[in-house]
Design a protein around this ligand. Sequence first.
Ligand code: URP
Ligand code: ZN
Ligand code: ZN
Length: 491
Amino acid sequence: MSDYDLAIRGGTVITASSAMSCDIGVKDGEVVALAKELGPAARDIDASGKLILPGGIEGHCHIEQVSSTGLMTSDDFESATISAAFGGNTTVIPFAAQHRGDSLRQTVEDYHACAGPKSVIDYGYHLIVSDPTPEVLGQELPALIKAGFTSFKVYMTYDALRLDDRQMLDVLSTARREGALVMIHAENHEMIRWLTEKLVDGSNTAPKYHAVSHSRLGESEATHRAITLSQLVDTPILIVHVSSEEATSEIRRAQDNGLKVYGETCPQYLFLTAEDLDKQGMEGAKFCCSPPPRDADAQEAVWRGLQNGTFQVFSSDHAPYRFDETGKLSAGPNPPFTKIANGVPGIELRLPLLFSEGVRKGRIDIHKFVELTATNVARLYGLFPRKGTIAVGADADLVLWDPDLERTVRYDDLHDRAGYTPYEGMTLTGWPVMVINRGRIVVEDNSLQVAPGSGKFLPRELSRFAAPLGRLEPEVDPARNFGAPILPAGR
Ligand code: URP
Ligand code: ZN
Ligand code: ZN
């Protein structure tokens, strides 16, 4: 007779705050015991010499999503979640993306139909709100937030997605009322447009000019403005994919002033630079993403932001487009940078990159690694403590890491369908070797053990990070309160 479905014995169990040498007992998909020398189990796993970390939660990825210019990502839910799993993740939260004129509710229905039969690990969705009509903000969005879609992204740039400042205020005050977390893509649209026009007029259209057109100042100006708009209506925000020292400083300053402003950065801002966009021929197109990678000083500033707590989460922003006519070269073999799909793949390497270059090289400790890649992601997006930690009662989302395993990155060893990796040839130390989601062994001996459709949809609670500071009384409600004296003097 077994006490457990699974016992993982002899490893070192790591959370955001502790390291323990103990066994883990799993029953019915949950962790039920953390102790020395557990009793019998239906299956034993020998984890000696391994670290056992909470499963990674990928909180920013674009899966089976049609871009604002009508291009489908190269990964669907099957390939993206397999790739995520091999990279040490047990949960993904991609975006159900509204296009203008679309109903948000229908967008979510359609996305469910994509994800349900294909996902191999657990998943939830953020929403993308590009059309904040009175109906969307008054009915659809509040209903979806209540149904477990408790975070959504808005864009300050991209013609087909961008919201103006007034729309941002409408959206932010709706989020405040409903308790949702707003993720913001912060770049100044007019600065991008103006620079782009000047570059194109001067026939400067090679991929490297993408980085010139998306300036650091455009990023920091929009970051500052997003913070100010959120301050006006007293709503917490998350600035996503931060690339530069300037934008990092804006977030830091807001935090120092006591505002609930959170930050996210990604591997492309630690390991790539604008010089990668200047590779031979059209190769640079592979590295075009927004904001773009900057320079070595910006990389250092972003590392500092991870170390000093300016960034709460580290995500891949996996936005995979193949280097062919279906993706990066959809506008022809030599497109101007204005017609190159934005985004880089990275869902499988997010964790190994940060483990190797962050933990192994002493830039961050293992607890910070867990916090940035799992615990804070779960807290931010309403999944904690079921996900994001190892504790009795939590889902058994466990990843065994071999901290000494050294491998050189080769696209052929990855599982996404982008056809290339920006990190080809990097030698990384420390890799996930077994991935367990709700007690199911998903990856073992470098092979997938579960079927598409076995991942579970996760309705999410309101974010633990999203409660307003409460500086505005009465509660901001644009329908009722604007025009009335709701703002404290001096604001
Ligand atoms: O270039 C990027 N990051 N593309 C993906 C879409 C987004 O804005 O995150
Ligand atoms: Zn974005
Ligand atoms: Zn993104």
